[in-house]
Write a protein that binds this ligand. Structure first.
Ligand code: PBG
Length: 354
């Protein structure tokens, strides 16, 4: 790198007008960078989620419509999270293995109506367990790693059979990627992708999500003996390397903004497609601050997402995906596709930030 001195170099020269800022910007955001998490429940009506504006637990019909809209905006994939009726929960989360369960019906409905959008499904037991933990408990009340692995592998198989393109283990058990990869290979799902939540920190920022899926009231204790400790950075590399060796295709770091250092390290160490998950609490904070008149939501959300790209993210899972994709379209002055399912439209433009 050659360093120039002032006044030969005036770094403000390349910042003086939108055209030169647009020309020299190192990272951009397009709808192809955005992944949309969606909540589905087995009810006729949609119900809003507290503290997450524009987010609802969707009926199957609304879920399909939303996936259609996402596809038409160039959003590559949706992540599905089921809200399970309490009477279907038990301490071992067996409903997760039901091939006719809500999530499998949701996968089929989307595949049928919106074949071009990717479907990513969480592998973890917490939506299905009465105690709200991601696995099954041992006598001491701790999540039993090895006993959980078998269930997670079965769950991944059920999801792949239903048509999920990608399974995303979010449970943080040791050895789960290998188990899942093996069961998929053995059962004709060699093309099913694994997007592993490789570095998932025990975070206060998941609270609105737990409200949304109804695991919050149920959760006994915390998840600190399986999710990562917020003080640890190099441990994330060990997690990531393990997932790479076990057969992960893609990695997730979560939460996003407070853990961008981790994201950058993981991306550099593995070279795998690596995604930031802007979690429910991050999204809720921005909205709450905007509502209190503290900041401008539209500007702030764009800034946080672009920061993830700059840190090295190949994309961002965000509850703002639809809004942001629409905003990118309107800034690019390209007409929105009129409801048709044409993901490729989005490729014809680049993001315009100003
Ligand atoms: C559960 C899961 C969680 C999230 C995604 N999958 C919550 C948790 O671990 O308790 C959080 C996502 C968010 O907060 O947006 N396995």
């Amino acid at each position: 790198m050659i360093y120039q001195n002032f006044p030969q170099s005036r770094l403000r020269r390349t910042r003086q007008a939108p055209w030169i800022r647009n020309l020299t910007r190192e990272n951009v955001l397009t709808p192809h960078d955005l992944l949309l998490p969606l909540f589905v429940h087995d009810k006729q009506d949609d119900t809003p989620v507290a503290n997450l504006p524009s987010v609802a637990r969707l009926s199957l019909t609304s879920l399909v419509k939303t996936a259609q809209e996402a596809a038409s905006l160039g959003i590559p994939a949706v992540l599905l999270f089921p809200v399970i009726d309490p009477y279907l929960k038990n301490d071992r989360g067996f409903e997760a293995l039901n091939a006719d369960g809500l999530i499998c019906r949701a996968i089929k409905a989307i595949k049928n109506a919106v074949p071009d959008i990717g479907i990513i499904c969480d592998v973890a037991l917490d939506p299905y367990t009465t105690h709200g933990h991601d696995g099954v408990l041992n006598d001491k009340g701790d999540v039993d790693n090895d006993a959980t692995l078998e269930l997670l592998a079965q769950q991944a198989w059920v999801l792949a059979d239903a048509g999920a393109d990608c399974v995303a283990p979010s449970d943080m058990m040791d050895g789960r990627v290998a188990k899942i990869r093996a069961i998929l290979e053995d059962n004709n799902h060699t093309n099913t992708l694994i997007m592993s939540y490789t570095a998932k920190y025990a975070s206060a920022l998941y609270a609105p999500f737990r409200d949304a899926v109804g695991s919050k009231g149920a959760l006994k204790g915390d998840k600190k003996n399986y999710q990562m400790d917020g003080g640890n950075a190099s441990e994330a590399i060990r997690e990531a390397m393990q997932d790479v060796h076990e057969g992960a295709d893609m990695l997730i770091v979560k939460p996003a903004l407070p853990y961008l250092d981790i994201l950058q390290n993981v991306k550099k160490a593995t070279g795998l497609p690596t995604f930031a998950y802007q979690v429910s609490g991050e999204y809720a904070m921005l909205h709450a601050a905007a509502r209190a008149g503290v900041l401008d939501y539209d500007q702030a959300i764009m800034e946080t997402l672009l920061s993830c790209k700059r840190a090295g993210a190949d994309g961002i899972i965000t509850y703002a995906a639809l809004d942001v994709a629409k905003r990118l379209y309107s800034r690019s002055k390209i007409k929105l596709p009129a409801g048709e399912n044409d993901c490729n439209r989005a490729k014809v433009y680049t993001s315009v930030h100003e």
